[in-house]
Design a protein around this ligand. Sequence first.
Ligand code: FAD
Length: 372
Amino acid sequence: MDELQQKKQMLIQTYKRFTRRELSPIDMQIDQDGMYPVGLFNKVVATGLLSTTLPREYGGAGFDFNATSDALRIMATGNASMAVTLEGHFKTIEQFIKYGNKQLNDKHLPSASQRIFAFSMTEPSGGSNPLGISTIAKKVGDDWVISGDKIMITNGGLAQVYCILCKTDDDQMAVFVVDKDMPGFSFGKKEDFIGLRGTPVGEVVLNKVRVPGYHLLGKVGQGLEIGDNAHADARVLMGAVLAGITEHALNVAVDYSKERKAMDTLLFQMQVTQEKIADIAIKRQNIVNLYRSAANNKVANKPYRELAAMAKSYGSRAAVISGDEALQILGGYGYSREYPVEHLIRDARAMELAEGTIEKMNIEITNAEIAK
Ligand SMILES: Cc1cc2nc3c(=O)[nH]c(=O)nc-3n(C[C@H](O)[C@H](O)[C@H](O)COP(=O)(O)OP(=O)(O)OC[C@H]3O[C@@H](n4cnc5c(N)ncnc54)[C@H](O)[C@@H]3O)c2cc1C
């Protein structure tokens, strides 16, 4: 095993241990309380998980998406909310690495092992059409003054640094970095979503927030490109989370089918159950193959957007169907909050919407195929 593989194994072991000790035992509690227990996020920071993808020059562990996506899959087999919290952070850091100027990155990235970063595009008027946003950035001297309202932001309220997609006063798209402590920044409504109930998702309000010129990510006019890139990165990692959710459903269904009898036959010995278990296992493996293909292409600097869209489009539908099949294997207990399967369906369902709806991804996949 080469050094890279050894380091990856250590990362996987760290995520496995953290998931087994800190997340799996409270997975149901997180769903029922609709929040992380006090102190859990501090443990995530103390274990160094926020710095997984952060480049070494900024004090991070510098893992690529190949290792990181596998680590998030493992975490999601225990708790998908925390895996999505980390996905939101990692995809945002990725945009600093690709588009950030030196002054911006030197100021912000060293703190990314302690502080969560978030990416904000959606507004009350809609998320699928970023050209329709009304958040405005006006140039004042060397600074920019930003006003607008972003909703449904993953880690909204928990994150301390926000990338904000804006329109400039000359009608170009641009992304600016805003710290939560800047004058004029405030948090609004927290969403009461039906799934991923640990992940905070909320509103960010900007009332004439003044940022220095170097807080521009990339260039003016690059806003949509950066947003699309953030989506693609997020979709690779969400594919991994979806594989983890599907594996969680599979584990519950398999365990139950080995204990429960229908008449005198254990469920797993019955063909109707075998068909469902096999279908869930095949779906799990298909999602793994898709997100790994996307991650490998990204790491190799090859095109990965279409594969990333496939991982999340296929993965979200497959995870929801798998959860439903697992529910059926558990019978009435599957429909009960006593077992985790029902919340796995609700968790997976979020990813048919977040980071681009399934319809938008399928348009992108079709366009990519037509262009070949
Ligand atoms: C759990 C969760 C986390 C999220 N995190 C973030 C985040 O971190 N940052 C962020 O910016 N946003 C985030 N969002 C918001 C998410 O990106 C939007 O919900 C999504 O983009 C859809 O926008 P919308 O809800 O306004 O729906 P709309 O855009 O109003 O779409 C409504 C329906 O119309 C369909 N539709 C729209 N346009 C088309 C089209 N051209 N062709 C075909 N069908 C179309 C959609 O697919 C959908 O079914 C999150 C959402 C969720 C649920």
